[in-house]
Design a protein around this ligand. Structure first.
Ligand code: UGA
Ligand code: MN
Length: 251
């Protein structure tokens, strides 16, 4: 089955670096269809060009996050959920615009995480919803479903373990069929902090039905890495003298 990877992305200094790294990971994965959804009112030349040259099978979409839902400069990053409308737009495309059959797996891959190639083979034969540990998330070495007798019985997490599905976005994949047979399942941007993943999954499965991967959830194959925001102090100082970096050069 094809793996449909939905990636929300937005313009910022590190965007091209993030998307370059991600595209190079995906080039190593057979049968992968990358659905890139820009958080913008239009498709940008940077992403358009990067995708065209990527060598990947892809679909390029865009939808801007509503102004009142968008983080403002200086807001702490946890204040509002990110990538919500974009993931929902990816789901809409799968349900309404995609042409081929029902076989496939859907994975939500943020543009800043680190993905081993193995995680894609783990998720490829997902029947309903498969799950695995995610490294460096939730202020822990890893968060993970806990498996007993081949079933997920609870979750290893330090924060609100009673959430319906206390898992990061990178820790699960869903069969395309389940996405198509539950046309109303989507991400709720109004969900309280930490409940975004649950808002989608609770309409699709029960804990009992989760399919543990990565050696019964004992291997970390994806990491919730976050990229430092580059400092622009010298750039700004040079700009003030009319000596800023050439704006015609894409970085
Ligand atoms: C954590 C989770 O790993 C995310 O899956 C979840 O969406 C997020 O929290 C949340 O609570 O909303 P975190 O590293 O804090 O992730 O979030 P980001 O990596 O900054 O953003 C997640 C995705 O949304 C990224 O692919 C990013 O490019 C995209 N994004 C972010 C936008 O499309 N627009 C934005 O304004 C910000
Ligand atoms: Mn992130």
């Amino acid at each position: 089955p094809t793996i449909f990877v939905i990636t929300p992305t937005y313009a910022r200094l590190v965007q091209k670096a993030e998307l370059t790294r991600l595209s190079h990971t995906f080039l190593h994965v057979p049968q992968l269809h990358w659905i890139v959804v820009e958080d913008s009112p239009q498709k940008t030349p940077l992403v358009t060009d990067l995708l065209m040259k990527s060598g990947l099978t892809y679909t390029h979409l865009h939808v801007p996050t509503a102004k009142e839902r968008k983080l403002q400069e200086g807001d702490p990053s946890w204040l509002k959920p990110r990538g919500v409308e974009q993931r929902n737009e990816g789901l809409r495309w799968l349900r309404e615009d995609r042409r081929d059959g029902q076989q496939g797996v859907v994975y939500f891959a943020d543009d800043d995480n680190t993905y081993s190639l193995q995680i894609f083979e783990e998720m490829r034969n997902t029947q309903r919803v498969s799950v695995w540990p995610v490294g460096l998330v939730g202020a822990m070495k890893f968060e993970s479903p806990v498996v007993e007798g081949g079933k997920v019985v609870r979750f290893h997490t330090g924060w609100r373990p009673n959430r319906p599905f206390p898992m990061d976005m990178a820790g699960f994949a869903v069969s395309l069929k389940l996405v198509l047979t539950n046309p109303e399942a989507c991400f709720d941007g109004e969900a309280p902090m930490g409940f975004l993943e649950s808002s989608f999954l609770k309409g699709l499965v029960t804990m009992d039905e989760l399919e543990p991967k990565a050696d019964n959830c004992t291997k970390v194959l994806v990491w919730h890495t976050r990229t430092e925001k580059p400092k622009m102090k010298r750039e700004e100082a040079l700009q003030a003298q009319g000596l800023g970096s050439d704006p015609a050069v894409e970085a």
